[in-house]
Design a protein around this ligand. Structure first.
Ligand code: DIR
Ligand code: MN
Ligand code: MN
Ligand code: MN
Length: 307
């Protein structure tokens, strides 16, 4: 691959300071060298900003930092689209999960122009299916899946290029869903691979089923990796830890399967808060997981053909 690292120090999608240090922590943890060692070309375009703040009216008084998040959505969508137009694989180094409104919008614009279906794999403890109308925390990092699904309430944001249909979204590792999200997920028909599904079926089978669909439709696959997908015992540096997350071995297995599929075309690394970390432990784990996604393995495995 030809990888473009995009620093996205987004801190405005939630209320605890620190995610803005994420891109720096990934660089200190050696992300560029780790990917380069696996034989890929890597460029780092540095950190981008949210640009000039638009005049926006919040549809719900709970929502905070709406203008900043709209600004980020514009600049990140442009940066992602530009990288893909140059044939690159963008990695968005966050920053909180509000950045994914921009990253997925940019990738979706590219996919629409290329005439290929976009699929989204959401590795997260949370379903992130609030809208600016339903959120009670007012934290917009809890809304990107609703935005990319084309739900109402995002009028202040750029129109999402081509909403991703429910059957092309895979929520994986979920164990925290608010009541309004639960209702909306059911109404919209998004299948949820919560921890119960993964406990009963194992971590592999539901993912393979989704990857088979991506391959069968010659799709592009965007992966959004939230630190809280991982169990807090191995990844403490996140503001919204939820017990019962994926283990070290499960997470690496997911990344290795994604690599072997050959289907992933873009990636978000979100919600790392280095201020909460233990000597860079979580940042290093995230970089190691990207290594597995980019092809690091203990011993060669035959590449599985999908589709
Ligand atoms: C909660 C927490 N559902 C909210 N969300 C997220 O504030 O809307 N935490 N995404 O990481
Ligand atoms: Mn704030
Ligand atoms: Mn999230
Ligand atoms: Mn989360």
């Amino acid at each position: 691959h030809e990888i473009t690292l995009i620093g996205a120090p987004v801190d405005e999608g939630q209320s605890r300071a620190g995610c803005l240090m994420g891109p720096a922590a990934y660089r200190v943890a050696g992300i560029a060298a780790a990917i380069r060692e696996l034989g890929h070309d890597v460029e780092d375009i540095g950190d981008i900003g949210h640009g000039p703040l638009p005049e926006v009216a919040a549809p719900n008084p709970a929502v905070h930092h709406l203008a900043e998040c709209v600004g980020w959505t514009r600049t990140l969508a442009d940066a992602g689209r530009a990288a893909m137009d140059r044939g690159r694989f963008p990695i968005f180094m966050g920053g909180d999960h509000a950045l994914s409104m921009g990253s997925v919008a940019g990738v979706a614009a590219y996919a629409a122009a290329a005439g290929r279906p976009l699929f989204v794999l959401w590795l997260d403890a949370h379903s992130d299916f609030h809208t600016p109308l339903t959120t009670t925390s007012g934290n917009l990092h809890g809304t990107p899946v609703a935005y990319l699904s084309g739900l109402p309430g995002f009028e202040a944001f750029p129109d999402f290029p081509a909403p991703v249909p429910p059957e092309r979204v895979c929520l994986y590792g979920i164990r925290s869903v608010d009541p309004a999200e639960h209702r909306a997920l059911k109404a919209h028909g998004i299948p949820v691979n919560d921890m119960r599904v993964l406990d009963e079926n194992g971590i592999v089978a539901p993912l393979r089923a989704f990857l088979d669909q991506v391959a069968a439709q010659n799709g592009m696959l965007h992966v959004s990796l939230d630190v809280d997908f991982l169990d807090p015992s191995i990844a403490p540096a996140v503001g919204t830890t939820v017990p019962g997350g994926t283990t070290f071995r499960e997470a690496h297995l997911v990344m290795e399967l994604l690599h072997e599929s050959g289907l992933v075309t873009s990636l978000d690394m979100v919600e790392l808060n280095p201020f909460l970390d233990e000597r860079g432990r979580t940042a290093k784990l995230m970089v190691d997981l990207v290594g597995s996604l980019m092809g690091r393995k203990v011993f060669d495995r035959p590449t599985r053909s999908f589709g």
